[in-house]
Design a protein around this ligand. Structure first.
Ligand code: TYD
Ligand code: MG
Length: 461
């Protein structure tokens, strides 16, 4: 096969040059030229015109109301927590991108899922570019899958993977990982932006053409984003992130984009000696066990997807040097700086000369602002060296003016706290239940409007 010519296209202005340059000759931007396969000039044009003509002759317009909305057929993987994140199961021709730190358990989970699907009678394929077949077999032993019928292919060349997909027509294929796959058409190294983008585009097209559901495993950068261009996330139907502290055994899998289901839904797993096991009732796993309350700890109820979970927020405030540090694990650092300013201005709690560290226990990452109140109470508690009362929870967003704003679905959060035996809750006024409800029995609820109010309420407890 003759090699298609490659060109370098500017990701900013779209201009292309035949060779790589540091600066785009058209828009003068630096480092924006990315290698791509050139569309063969005349032939491509002809293909396009004939395509359009073909379309004009054959396609009719249909009113939206006349299109039948068929339900998407999903095949559950059998791993309930993964299905939850996927929105019910794998979809024919659907493309899933799954990212996460090295060693978090991506290969383990996908091998388990493939085996479960294979047992249901689906044709499955596991393409490994990172490990040899023998290494995959070793892992499968550990998982108790030594008799697995899953087909394994150790291959990194895109063209070979594509022809296998077309020939074997598996119903689901895992590509582990997209960064190792390379196309002959491009000269850039495997893992480069150009290669990842091109290979993902071809695989996505193959998924749509053959009906094979494809799962792409993606590496993450040091900052925690999926390596490779953003366009990867646009191309696929579902983006899942695997997160968790490698030192704790719990792992969360979170949907951040899903064309076939809800986003922010999370599945919870525990890494065991024999692979990942789903945790069906995760509400209390992110609490550390203190016999007696300790200073700097406040429990909040976070609601990710459809399930409320209790998470402990810890803070340590300690006298710092000339430029005090603000560090957060599992919470947004910019938001922490903002909350410290609000604490100072509206509640008179000054941490200017202090180091402030905050941590969401168990490696969970909390992105919702409903954590604000708990973060601020934990910081104040640590600064004063005074623990919050036993059985205490708090949640609510705090604004720059010091107002406490409601969290979505507050009553569900409160119900979960009551169910787990918590006794005192400080929550935004709008989240407090109106009537006495049996579901909140045993929970004394203090509704607050402002941060000062929350502080004085806690002081009085
Ligand atoms: P792996 O799936 O290889 O991670 P990834 O593909 O995301 O890089 O997981 C590797 C880690 O999981 C490794 O540190 C060992 C651990 N592990 C277990 O604890 N139990 C098991 O049964 C397996 C297979 C792995
Ligand atoms: Mg792996």
């Amino acid at each position: 096969m003759a090699k298609d010519k490659t060109v370098f296209t500017c990701s900013d202005c779209g201009a292309s040059t035949p060779r790589w340059l540091g600066k785009c000759p058209s828009c003068d931007a630096w480092n924006t030229l990315i290698e791509s396969v050139a569309e063969g000039g005349g032939a491509a044009k002809n293909r396009y015109t004939s395509q359009f003509q073909g379309l004009a002759q054959t396609s009719a317009l249909i009113k939206l109301k006349d299109i039948e909305a068929t339900d998407i057929d999903r095949t559950p993987t059998g791993l309930d927590e993964l299905d939850r994140a996927l929105g019910g199961g794998v979809v024919e021709g659907g493309v899933v991108l799954i990212g996460g730190d090295p060693g978090i358990g991506k290969s383990t989970l996908l091998l388990q899922a493939l085996d479960a699907l294979q047992r249901k009678g689906l044709r499955t394929l596991y393409v490994t570019g990172e490990e040899s077949g023998a290494q995959v077999a070793l892992r499968s032993r550990r998982l108790g899958l030594e008799r697995s019928e899953v087909q394994v292919m150790a291959e990194i060349q895109l063209e070979k993977i594509l022809s296998t997909l077309h020939k074997e027509r598996p119903q689901i294929a895992v590509i582990d990982s997209i960064q190792t796959v390379y196309s002959d058409q491009l000269t850039s190294a495997p893992g480069s932006v150009a290669q990842v983008r091109e290979c993902a585009a071809h695989l996505t097209r193959a998924a749509k053409a053959t009906g094979t559901a494809i799962v792409l495993v993606g590496h993450v950068t040091k900052e925690g984003a999926l390596a490779g261009p953003r366009v990867l996330e646009h191309m696929v139907d579902t983006v899942l992130y695997f997160e968790g502290d490698t030192h704790s055994s719990f792992r969360l899998i979170r949907a951040i984009k899903n064309r076939f289901g809800a986003v922010n839904e999370i599945g919870v797993f525990a890494m065991t000696e024999r692979g990942l096991k789903g945790v069906s009732n995760p509400s209390a796993i992110f609490l550390s066990q203190h016999e007696e309350p300790v200073a700097g700890s406040c429990v909040m109820v976070t609601l990710e997807g459809t399930r409320p979970m209790l998470v402990e927020i810890q803070a340590l405030v300690d006298s710092g040097g000339p430029s005090p540090r603000r560090l957060s694990v599992g919470l947004d650092r910019d938001r922490l700086a903002m909350l410290l300013a609000v604490l100072h201005r509206h509640a008179g709690v000054a941490c200017m000369d202090q180091d402030v560290f905050v941590n969401a226990v168990g490696g969970v990452r909390i992105s919702e602002p409903a954590a604000d109140l708990a973060v601020m109470l934990a910081i104040t508690s640590s600064l004063r060296g005074k623990p919050l009362p036993k059985g205490f929870i708090a949640f609510g967003e705090v604004g720059l003016a010091g107002e406490v704003r409601p969290a979505p679905r507050g009553q569900e959060r409160l119900k979960e706290a009551a169910k787990l035996g918590f006794t005192v809750a400080v929550v935004p006024k709008a989240n407090a239940p109106k009537k006495s409800d049996k579901a909140f029995a045993g929970l004394t609820i203090y509704p607050v409007d402002r941060i000062e109010e929350a502080m004085s309420c806690v002081r009085g407890l």
